[in-house]
Design a protein around this ligand. Structure first.
Ligand SMILES: [Zn+2]
Length: 467
């Protein structure tokens, strides 16, 4: 049984969870598709199993906040799809074949394997601190070299690729739809900066599928085209085909992957499948800048998730990134984290963890169905916490991946309620009472209650505690 979109009545409906909603709200999932450049109603290929592929990390260094964003955005989409459909197969790959990896391993004088294992472990630790659900399958490029070689062989057999100077290149002129995703003509693309120039390529846009073993790095696999290693783009096409088939529902990643990476994936995959598309919906998250400038590891302008986690709870980082709709750019800064923290402090004060509650707030749900509008979902949660705290808590956990701790756990590790401020307020209230200004005294008490602080007047003075 899958989610019933058309039934509307006031009360509760059954999908995998209960969605509490008001009549007239659309519960169809709408997503902006980079391919059509419009917001489309999501129509699955097979509603009993939704298939999604998202490009994962290249494992040579700790992930930064720019890497956290796609992981979080697609985690929210994954959660939403899981609520709506019986099965969701979510593939997020690990790129463990890359010259950056070999260079770093050489610099650190450790084996390639040691570096990638360590980095994958660190990535997983960061992801779980951010409450990111594990994908269904997390394939590594090094474990799919045979699939990659077979894929390249088909491209060569079909004359879509050629060998030159011990490299295998994809012949972009063999693919008519090249540039469709980025909505650019090939002439425009070839004048862009993201192309590597080589005299061995027939066309500047041609990209490498297989590189020969380099004298610099001791890594290579046997193949019909010589000992070597795959280029970057080919692994996603080969692994997506293996786990999701020739055409699947959703392909995601950061906006910077549209060209050349996703354009190249489409060219490779459609050339092999002979179909006109690789995925039906291409979803891209906006980029993250740090203090208004582009985040770049080479320029040292980045902040790792690991460093941030020393100062902020994973839920704070998560909410800070979700306060902006996924497609818009984010300028990441401390203020954003403080805002997110203040919201979480408030929600943890209001939260009611009830294990029997399986009802989702319809306002939050429908906000997310509207092209993952997380800012509007957050607004809806604010009012849900006032009206139905159990439902709000359950919804926040299920759909946004926050409020996973108990109140005690949260305030123990996120001790931010300013005790000085509370003591000061109590002093002011006592003064007001002494002056018989009971209106002022009540106002102060209410202000404290709003912050989740209850005060009690005892014989030994006024004491306070958390609600
Ligand atoms: Zn990819």
């Amino acid at each position: 049984m899958f989610f019933i979109l058309n039934i509307l009545w006031i009360g509760q409906i059954t999908c995998y969870h209960y969605v509490y909603f008001y009549s007239g709200k659309s519960l169809e999932l709408r997503l902006y598709n980079t391919l059509s450049r419009t917001i489309e109603i999501f129509k699955p290929i097979d509603a009993s199993n939704i298939k999604m592929y998202v490009c994962g990390p290249t494992v040579y260094d700790r992930a930064h906040i720019g890497n956290a964003r796609p992981a979080i955005v697609f985690d929210v989409l994954y959660r939403l799809l899981q609520v709506m459909y019986e099965n969701v197969t979510y593939v997020r790959n690990i790129t463990d074949v890359d010259d950056k990896i070999y260079k770093r391993a050489t610099e650190q004088n450790i084996s390639i394997n040691e570096l990638t294992q360590q980095t994958i472990q660190m990535y997983h630790d960061d992801m779980s601190a951010l409450n990111i659900l594990s994908p269904t399958i997390e394939p590594k490029a090094t474990e799919h070299i045979e699939d990659i070689i077979a894929f390249i062989q088909i491209l060569l057999d079909e004359d879509k690729a050629y060998i030159s100077n011990d490299h295998v290149y994809f012949d972009v002129t063999s693919f008519n739809h090249y540039g469709k995703l980025s909505n650019k003509k090939t002439e425009e693309l070839s004048s862009g900066a993201r192309i590597s120039i080589s005299e061995h390529k027939r066309n500047p846009l041609d990209f490498v599928l297989w590189k020969p073993k380099s004298s610099q790095f001791n890594i290579g696999w046997e193949s019909p085209f010589g000992i070597g290693r795959p280029g970057w783009h080919i692994e996603c096409s080969a692994m997506a085909k293996k786990y999701l088939g020739d055409v699947f529902d959703i392909h995601g990643g950061g906006i910077d992957l549209v060209f050349p990476h996703h354009e190249n994936e489409i060219a490779q995959s459609c050339s092999v499948s002979k179909l006109d598309r690789m995925a039906n919906y291409w979803i891209h998250n906006g980029h993250v800048t740090l203090n208004n400038s582009k985040m770049s590891k080479s320029e040292g302008n980045f902040v790792t998730i690991h460093e941030l986690l020393k100062q902020y709870d994973g839920e704070v980082i998560r909410l800070a990134l979700l306060m902006t709709q996924y497609a818009a750019p984010i300028n990441f800064n401390t203020q954003l984290l403080q805002q997110a923290k203040a919201v979480l402090d408030k929600w943890y004060t209001q939260a009611k963890h009830d294990n029997t509650c399986t009802t989702l707030s319809a306002d939050v749900f429908s906000s997310l169905c509207n092209n993952l509008n997380t800012p509007s979902a957050i607004t809806a949660l604010h009012s849900a916490f006032l009206k139905q705290p159990e439902i709000a808590t359950y919804t926040a956990r299920t759909l946004l991946g926050i409020l996973n701790k108990t109140q005690d756990e949260w305030f123990k590790t996120n001790n931010t309620i300013d005790t000085e401020w509370i003591e000061d307020m109590i002093k002011k209230r006592n003064n007001a009472r002494k002056n018989k200004d009971y209106i002022m005294a009540d106002k102060i008490r209410q202000e404290l209650i709003n912050e989740g602080i209850i005060i009690e007047d005892t014989q030994s003075g006024t004491i306070w505690k958390r609600k």
